[in-house]
Design a protein around this ligand. Structure first.
Ligand SMILES: Cc1cc2nc3c(=O)[nH]c(=O)nc-3n(C[C@H](O)[C@H](O)[C@H](O)COP(=O)(O)OP(=O)(O)OC[C@H]3O[C@@H](n4cnc5c(N)ncnc54)[C@H](O)[C@@H]3O)c2cc1C
Length: 393
């Protein structure tokens, strides 16, 4: 019997680890190259809709994730000034699609569940502290340089995030684009929030040029809070400290009221990161090398689909490689073609959501009326094209 083919994956984030599990499940040997010395438990919460949870469940992660995730009952969309509810979008059973749940989870919990599953898989080798620095096509495959070694692989998957080195080699002109948006992230223990909090509810406050979301994480013991503000501050990292007084100053200027501010006041500290995007339309197929996740299409988080698209990518690429294991270049080309339209549509939807969330004055009042008129169930069902997606669509 021929030895299993080796696929090299650069990056052990959500995209890279999901790809490793999906590839191992179809019989490949996988070497995951991760530049960090350890997989740090950082980041904020992630919303995982049924298109993503279905894949994670198929990979055997239901029990590990269900123990850490929360399935919120609803999203309460609120006006940031007076705190009144504009519309209530049902989640829970209403958001399930074919048995796949809508979960919110700490990014570190998802990362840990993926990491533990990868460690249990004998055909996955995770090399920490091993950045992928170069690669070259070789004899139908690819020779990957990482940590001073050269690895011969049938294909290389660039899952190395928004500042991807693999993308930099393939498409030097495709660089992260500044969005003029800053995400502020804090967590708060439920009991520290002043006044009543519905433990299984996501809140989304809209307030004239800004918005903020809060949802339960850590099996409901804490709330993840992310505020999106305009700003020119820039930094490449995910965990730069943010000053609470700067954030509250911005909320003051925009007239934000007590309801969102009691969440902000309870946060245990703030980190912030500058949101950057990658124009997915400029990514094409290039031999036996493919990009997945943020490396291929970092997007504004305003449809909460960054991780979801990374998870979908991972599964589609693994299926393509399994279909034609002797033709990795053909598989990468089919993968790229299969993902282009969907990913571009999700990116456009995220941009449009940002414009809608940040309306001001009379336009914001009109938006609120339209949302109320449509009602929560119709607003939820508008996401069906995202949630009902399946591999092969
Ligand atoms: C530390 C961190 C915190 C985050 N926090 C949030 C958050 O709070 N909220 C949110 O919505 N999204 C967050 N994200 C982004 C979110 O996780 C992604 O949109 C989504 O999960 C897609 O992930 P990805 O695997 O494509 O990229 P990433 O999650 O960025 O993972 C890329 C991985 O590649 C590694 N890497 C980079 N360069 C190389 C190289 N040359 N060789 C080998 N490995 C390399 C990185 O160390 C990282 O582990 C965070 C990402 C990171 C890395």
């Amino acid at each position: 019997m021929a030895a299993p083919r080796t696929i090299a994956v650069a990056g052990a984030g959500v995209a890279g680890l999901t790809a490793a599990l999906a590839l191992a499940a179809t019989g490949f040997r996988v070497i995951v190259l991760e530049k960090a010395d350890r997989l740090e438990e950082v980041g904020a919460g992630l919303q995982l809709s049924p298109n993503a949870t279905r894949i994670l469940i198929d990979l055997g992660l239901r029990a590990a994730l269900a123990a850490r995730a929360v399935a919120p009952d609803a999203i309460s969309v609120r006006a940031a000034d007076h705190g009144g509810e504009i519309v209530r979008i049902p989640l829970g059973r209403a958001a399930e699609r074919d048995g796949a749940p809508y979960w919110v989870i700490h990014r570190a919990d998802l990362q840990m569940a993926l990491h533990e599953a990868a460690e249990r898989a004998p055909s996955i080798e995770l090399r920490l502290g091993t950045p992928c620095t170069d690669f070259a096509a070789d004899n139908g495959g690819v020779r990957v340089t990482a940590g001073g070694e050269t690895i011969a692989a049938a294909a290389l998957i660039g899952a190395d995030g928004v500042r991807s080195a693999v993308r930099g080699r393939l498409f030097p002109d495709v660089r992260p684009q500044d969005t003029g948006s800053i995400a502020w992230r804090g967590t708060a223990l439920i009991e520290r929030i002043d006044g009543a909090v519905v433990p299984r509810e996501t809140r989304l406050w809209l307030g004239g040029g800004l918005h903020m979301v809060a949802y339960p994480i850590s099996a409901g013991r804490a709330v993840n809070i992310v505020a999106f503000t305009p700003g020119t501050w820039r930094d490449d990292g995910w965990s730069a400290p943010g000053e609470a007084t700067e954030l509250t100053g911005i909320l003051d200027t925009h007239g934000w009221g007590r309801d969102p501010r009691r969440f902000v006041a309870a946060a245990d500290g703030w980190t912030r990161w500058a949101l950057a995007t990658i124009d997915s339309r400029r990514i094409a197929a290039r031999g036996p090398v493919a990009l997945i996740g943020d490396a291929a299409h970092a997007m504004l988080p305003f449809t909460a689909q960054g991780a979801g698209m990374a998870i979908e990518d991972a599964m589609v690429l693994a299926r393509c490689l399994a279909e034609t294991p002797d033709d990795a270049a053909g598989a990468c080309a089919r993968y790229t073609a299969a993902r282009a339209a969907r990913v571009a549509r999700v990116q456009r939807t995220a941009e449009r959501n940002g414009r809608i969330y940040h309306l001001k004055g009379p336009a914001a009042l009109a938006r609120n009326l339209v949302m109320r008129g449509l009602g929560g169930t119709r607003l939820l069902n508008r996401q069906d094209w995202i949630y009902r997606w399946r591999v092969g669509d």
